[in-house]
Design a protein around this ligand. Sequence first.
Ligand SMILES: *[C@@H]1O[C@H](CO)[C@@H](O)[C@H](O)[C@H]1NC(C)=O
Ligand SMILES: *[C@@H]1O[C@H](CO)[C@@H](O)[C@H](O)[C@H]1NC(C)=O
Ligand SMILES: *[C@@H]1O[C@H](CO)[C@@H](O)[C@H](O)[C@H]1NC(C)=O
Length: 383
Amino acid sequence: MAISSSFPFLPFCLLLWAFTVYANGCYTSIISFGDSLADTGNLKQLVAKSNGRPPHFMYPPYGETFFHNPTGRCSNGRLIIDFLAENLGMSLIPPYESVKSSMEVIEKGQGVNFAVAGATALDSAFHEAQGVYNAYTNASLNVQLGWFKRSLPAICGNPSDCKNWIKKSLILMGEIGGNDYNHPVIAGKSLEELKSYVPLELIELGAETLVVPGNLPIGCSAAYLTIYYGAQKDEYDNATGCLIKLNKFAECHNELLQTELNRIRELHPNVNVIYADYYNAAMQFFQSPEKYGFTNGALTACCGGGGPYNYNRSVACGYPLSTSCSQPETYANWDGLHLTEAAYQVIYKSLFQGTYTTPRFNSVCPTSMVQAKDASSSSVQSF
Ligand SMILES: *[C@@H]1O[C@H](CO)[C@@H](O)[C@H](O)[C@H]1NC(C)=O
Ligand SMILES: *[C@@H]1O[C@H](CO)[C@@H](O)[C@H](O)[C@H]1NC(C)=O
Ligand SMILES: *[C@@H]1O[C@H](CO)[C@@H](O)[C@H](O)[C@H]1NC(C)=O
C-alpha cells in the first residue's frame, strides 16, 4: 500500500486492481512480445507510417473468417493471444503501434502487444553481419523490449507503480526465434540464451508470470515442405508427412530453451516461468488432422500460389495470382508459414486449458495475487 499520493493515475489503478481480482482471477493485463504468430497489427502500422509497400498479409483474404478484413494478423482470424485475451475476459490486446500516441492502453488497462511480424529474436545487426537482411522489420526482441521500457511512464507512472502493474500482468514471450533460422547453426545457442536473458530483464522490472513458447514443428510447415520437396522418402515421418530432420531441429531448440528456463526458475523461485509446448500441442493435429476437423489435411496451405502444398514463395497468399480455399476451418495451414484460426484455437486450448504447459497454466497465479486473494475482500476495500 506504499503508493505515493502524488501518483496521478491512482484512482484508476485502484479500480483496475479491484476489477482484476474478481473478473480475471490472476491477471490484469497481457504484455506480449514476438513475431507474426502474435502480431495483432504492429507491422501493418509501421508499414503505413513509412509508406512502405504493404506485405501480402495486408490484403484479403487475411482476416476473412473473424475480423472480415485484414488486421495485420497473419491468419484468417484470431491468433493464440486473441483466444487467451477473450478467455481471460479481456478485450483484444491492442498493438503498441496503434496506441502509443494516445496511450489508449491506459484507459483499457489491459496490456499491450509489442510483437511484430517478421521480427527476429536476435538483433538485425547480428543477422546483417551474416549477410542476412530482413525486408520486413528490424524490431527484434531487444527493440520491442526497448519500446516497452520507454512506454512505461505513460502506461503506469513511476517505477514502483509500474512494478505493480507488471507483476499482475501475464507476459507472453513469443513465439519468437522462428525468423532467426536463416543461419540456424550460428543462431543456435545464442538464440536460446537471449530468450532467457530478456525474461530476466522483465523479472527485474517486476514480472511474476512469463509464458515462454518453444518452436512449432517447422518440418510440418508447407513452406519448408515445398523448399525441400522431393527429399528421400525416409526423410519424411510416416505418420505425419513432416520432415524429420527439421522437426528434430525444433525439438533440439526446445530442449535448449527449457534448460535456460530451468536456470531462471532456480534464480527466481517466486516467479512463474511457464514453458508453452507449441511443438507437441500442434503435433496433435499433424498426427490426426481429421480428429480436429482438418479434413483437407494439416500440411497443405488453404491460401497460396499452387504447388504440392499450395505454397509458392513468389505467389504469396493475398497477392493477385494466389487462390484461397472456401473452408479454412478444414485446413491447419493458412498460408504456408502460418496456421489457420482453427489450428491456433487447438493450440490455445491445449496450452491454456489443457496440459501442454509446464507448469500447468491454470495451476499458477502471481505470488502477489495469491497473497492479495488470501487477504480476503476487505483488503480490496481498504486499498
Ligand atoms: C530500425 O529501422 C528504423 C526505420 O528504418 C530506424 O529508424 C531505426 O533506427 C532502426 N533501429 C535499429 C535498432 O536498427
Ligand atoms: C515407414 O514406412 C516404411 C514403409 O512402409 C517402413 O519401411 C519404415 O520402417 C517406416 N518408418 C518408420 C520410421 O516407421
Ligand atoms: C511459382 O510461381 C511462379 C509464378 O507463377 C512460377 O513461375 C513458378 O514455376 C512457381 N514455382 C513452383 C515451384 O511452382
